[in-house]
Write a protein that binds this ligand. Structure first.
Ligand SMILES: [Zn+2]
Length: 330
């Protein structure tokens, strides 16, 4: 018991140090009133709890009582798995180190057991396409190629909303990351902000270095014809000189993601475009697909894609496609 107490004290000390320099996230849990005053806490230990597995959707405060005024025992990171004893509405009672503690229910989501276990070891790299400026430099279109292409551009622009493609791509990518993490995948982003320049090769290297199980490139289309609409995915051809060895996996990933985004959004199904002109695809050594979510040049799709609701439908569809890809593979 003494050892436990010492551990708890050590933990509390750590947490109070951490609390001083953390909280950089935008929705840092029930961050209000972290300066709780009373410390008349009591260690509530219990014997045989019936629990439900939940996962934190944000960095959250773990409190000693179900109230925003109660003392913060410590904070836990986003994505942590907890045992929930009961959902009391606004607050949930959780069991941590055999103690009953409390977390705001809005930051907890049930873990869907089987899926999360299957996906636990899988790494997905998401590449939110484009950047704020057009690069002045070029890079080889594939390993060993003398054909050069611009390192990156700022992409298309919403014909009605004026939304830039690099912004839209990042918005959807962040939702996709959240959705995939909820399903148990490990997610790595090639960029998390709009500022900065990264070339298509550098983006592919992120996926290669992570030995990703899937590399998902997020883009939106833009053409002169404003009536063009729908979803497309892109992979290399079977005769690609750089990575035709992974063609069949890329094709299957592209079909699965395309089908599921169409099912989730109700958008028109264009097709899987097979081309060897995409630097980011050519440099990938891991299964890759490029998703053209819709047309920024189409007034209706431009307006739809700018909404949170539609962005979630796209993200959910892509995640469903990724699930399907691995299920077929298994
Ligand atoms: Zn693009």
């Amino acid at each position: 018991m003494k050892r436990n107490l010492a551990l708890i004290i050590a933990l509390l000390l750590c947490v109070s140090v951490l609390a001083g320099c953390s909280c950089s996230g935008k929705k840092s849990a029930d961050s209000a009133n972290t300066t709780a005053s009373n410390s008349t806490e009591q260690t509530n230990t219990i014997e045989t709890p019936a629990t439900e597995k939940v996962r934190t959707t944000s960095k959250v405060n773990v409190r000693k009582a179900p109230s925003g005024d109660a003392e913060v025992a410590f904070q836990i990171e986003k994505g942590a798995e907890l045992d929930r004893l009961s959902d009391m509405g606004e607050w949930s009672e959780v069991l941590i180190d055999n103690q009953k503690l409390y977390v705001a229910s809005q930051y907890l989501k049930p873990v869907t057991g089987a899926v999360s276990d299957v996906n636990a070891g899988k790494v997905i790299v998401i590449d939110p396409g484009h950047q704020t400026k057009d690069s002045s430099e070029k890079e080889p279109i594939g390993p060993g190629s003398s054909e050069m292409k611009q390192k990156d551009t700022s992409g298309a622009t919403g014909v009605v909303t004026g939304l830039r493609e690099y912004e839209l791509n990042l918005q959807v990518s962040k939702k996709l990351k959240e959705e995939l993490e909820k399903r148990g995948y490990k997610v790595i982003m090639t960029r998390t902000q709009n500022e900065g320049e990264i070339s298509c090769i550098e983006r592919a290297e992120v996926a290669n270095n992570a030995n990703a199980d899937a590399y998902i490139r997020i883009h939106a289309n833009g053409v002169d014809n404003q009536s063009a609409n729908g979803v497309m995915t892109i992979c290399q051809t079977a005769k690609n000189p750089y990575n035709s060895n992974i063609y069949s996996e890329c094709k299957r990933l592209s079909v699965d993601v395309l089908d599921e985004v169409v099912a989730s959004t109700g958008a028109k199904r264009e097709y899987v475009w097979e081309t060897d002109t995409m630097t980011g695809n050519n440099w990938s050594k891991v299964p890759v697909t490029m998703v053209e979510m819709g047309y920024l040049s189409n007034p209706r799709e431009d307006e739809l894609m700018a909404t949170d609701d539609y962005q979630w439908k796209i993200a959910t569809g892509i995640a469903n496609g990724i699930d399907r890809y691995f299920n077929e593979k298994a």
